[in-house]
Design a protein around this ligand. Structure first.
Ligand code: HEM
Length: 408
């Protein structure tokens, strides 16, 4: 970047205001300057958007390109020594989260049919079964157990594997590589190795599906002659990663948040009808998929600032969702509030494709967990729970829990 702004700050990552709250510096930035200059770890300068209105405006504005590094790879900013991007990055085939229209539109359109509200409703009962089976298995274990390993991760992994036609037996391959891939502080080589291992596995899988399609989403896509194997692989990668890491962290961190807010937990236990609203509020309050990257394709006015062409822009969905100009008492977890309008699934053309699926999984997951484990409790002091400040999707690495009683 040619400009240098003495006000530019580094991106704060420590959760110094508590495990569920944005870093204090982020909250200060939003109050003082909702579109602020930012210094990236590699030294280059860009912008961070922390205000709700500004974030929403940015996400709806097609002049902000999603062709930012290689999308979810986030490589150039976290890897010192990488060249500063001077134009939108080349596209990775199939990774439509990091594409702009019309390329984005062409690929996303092929999937909208598979993820409609109607299709997802039909899955509801089956997802409830998956949750119950996982809770049965959990109830057979002797506490303390890690709720992430035994519940929060398996539920969305099982569901997305089945939908996509990825054998769940292969979960070690994709769970380990996804986790490696989402680790912030690593070299480009390490990141590319995890990405390479994942795509090698998926390329083979989609090639088999093209030859012998089954009854699943990847097979349906493989039937499209106009999608290359590279594109199918990229789409599979995106769906598999987005489909299990995000929801798993919402279930894990969400359970932690409820256990740390006993009055909210008691209200939810007393009235399961509150679950859909509680899920939206947990989505707003926790915003596990927090930081998204954009690239200004021209000079753009936003929040009283002018973002020069070529700027890297980061939007913090967590900060936006805690904006007091949009939500009253935003730092309180209140499962009875109307949290609709939160930006945790994004906004605009890239708004989350899997949001209905995620909602169904979270409703069934929290409902089942609270019903089956009436005295669920943390098995360690709250400050010993390991937070995922080192990962690109926030949450807890593990959640040791205990109970004395189980119910049907
Ligand atoms: C996009 C969050 C679950 C698939 C997004 C975006 C957000 C998000 C914020 C927008 C990204 C952007 O604007 O650059 C979440 C959260 C989830 C979740 C918090 C869980 C609670 C899922 C699930 C799937 C999924 C279960 C399964 C298929 C996708 C895809 C995109 C996306 C494919 C890219 C859409 C596009 O570029 O058009 N998600 N997501 N997500 N999500 Fe999710």
């Amino acid at each position: 970047m040619s400009h240098t702004d003495p006000a530019a700050r580094a991106l704060p990552t420590e959760r110094d205001a508590g495990p569920f709250d944005p870093p204090r510096e982020i909250t200060r930035m939003r109050a003082a300057r909702p579109v602020s200059p930012l210094r990236f770890p590699d030294g280059h300068e860009g912008w961070i958007v922390t205000g709700y209105d500004e974030a929403r405006q940015l996400l709806a504005d097609s002049r902000f390109s999603s062709r930012q590094d290689i999308g979810i790879l986030h490589v150039p900013y976290e890897t010192p020594g990488m060249p500063v991007p001077t134009e939108p990055s080349p596209q990775v085939p199939g990774l439509f989260i990091a594409m702009d229209p019309p390329d984005h539109t062409r690929l996303r359109r092929k999937l909208t049919g598979a993820f409609t509200v109607k299709r997802m409703r039909r899955l509801e009962e089956h997802i409830a079964d998956v949750v119950e089976q996982q809770l049965d298995a959990l109830a057979r274990l002797a506490p303390p157990v890690d709720l992430v390993k035994e519940f929060a991760l398996p539920v969305p992994s099982l569901v997305i594997c089945e939908l996509l036609g990825v054998p769940y037996e292969d979960r070690d391959t994709f769970q380990t590589n996804s986790a490696r891939f989402l680790l912030k502080e690593q070299t480009l080589e390490e990141k590319m190795a995890a990405y390479g291992a994942m795509t090698a596995y998926l390329a083979e899988l989609v090639t088999r599906k093209r030859a012998e399609p089954g009854d699943d989403i990847l097979s349906d896509l493989a039937r499209h002659d106009d999608l290359t194997i590279e594109e199918l692989t990229g789409i599979a990668f995106l769906l598999l990663l987005a489909g299990h890491e995000t929801t798993a962290n919402m279930l894990g961190l969400g359970a932690f948040a409820l256990l740390e807010h006993p009055e909210q937990l008691a209200a939810l236990r007393a009235d399961p009808e509150l679950t859909p609203g509680a899920v939206e509020e947990l989505m707003r309050y926790l915003s596990v998929a927090d930081m998204f990257y954009r690239y200004a394709t021209e000079d753009i006015a936003l929040g009283g600032e002018t973002l020069p062409e070529g700027s890297t822009v980061v939007v913090s969905l967590l900060a936006a969702n805690r904006d007091p100009r949009r939500f009253d008492d935003p730092d309180a977890l209140d499962i009875r509030r109307n949290a609709r309008g939160h930006l945790s699934f994004g906004h605009g053309v890239h708004q989350c494709l899997g949001q209905q699926l995620a909602r169904i999984e979270m409703r069934a997951g929290f409902d089942g967990l609270l019903r089956r484990f009436p005295d669920l409790a943390l098995a360690v002091p709250a400050d010993e729970v390991r937070l995922r400040t080192d990962m690109n999707i926030y949450g807890v690495h593990a959640l040791p829990v205990t109970w004395t009683d189980t119910a049907r």
